[in-house]
Design a protein around this ligand. Structure first.
Ligand SMILES: *[C@@H]1O[C@H](CO)[C@@H](O)[C@H](O)[C@H]1NC(C)=O
Length: 164
């Protein structure tokens, strides 16, 4: 665990830079942009990562159902499934032109934090996969705990989902 903390901090730092850079450089708006400006810059599975998403494929857009998108690009494990759900959550309207929505961030945070999401990798043969899964899950928890997001009930941005 002690080794995860600096790693998580690095992810948060990198993503904070990326988020603010996006906020100033790129006009906010457009489904493709806000869908792709999520999470940490590293990739995990088919759905986890800054530019890692199935949304935008011919068989998966925001007009498709979550089942259709899952069939279009199957998540590789339970953590990847959480990322799929998060991406689909960001499709919800309104408003469409925000980068992060507190209820999506809260959901993914609560589903991953302290969960058994990586325990599907059991036994010594899966030790590496489990470590990769746990590391990525920890970085997501750290990231989403400190990510400014749009709060629907307050109709404004707040420092993180727990301020919503
Ligand atoms: C949200 O931000 C507050 C204030 O910065 C902090 O105390 C709290 O721990 C954060 N929530 C999470 C879930 O990390």
């Amino acid at each position: 665990m002690t080794m995860l903390a600096p790693l998580a901090a690095l992810f948060v730092f990198t993503c904070t830079l990326a988020c603010f850079a996006h906020g100033t450089d790129v006009p906010v708006g457009g489904t493709a942009f806000h869908i792709r400006s999520k999470r940490s810059p590293t990739k995990y599975g088919n759905w986890c990562g800054l530019k890692t998403t199935g949304i935008g494929l011919d068989c998966c857009t925001c007009a498709n159902t979550i089942e259709e998108c899952r069939a279009c690009l199957p998540p590789k494990d339970q953590l990847d499934e959480m990322c799929l759900r998060h991406d689909m959550c960001l499709c919800d309207q309104p408003p469409s032109n925000v980068l992060h929505k507190c209820y999506c961030e809260r959901e993914v945070y609560n589903n991953i934090k302290g969960s058994s999401v990586c325990r599907q990798y059991s036994g010594w043969k899966n030790l590496l996969k489990r470590a990769q899964c746990s590391t990525y899950a920890a970085s997501m928890v750290a990231l989403f705990g400190g990510l400014p997001c749009w709060c629907d009930s307050k109709q404004k941005y707040v420092p993180n989902f727990s301020s919503c």
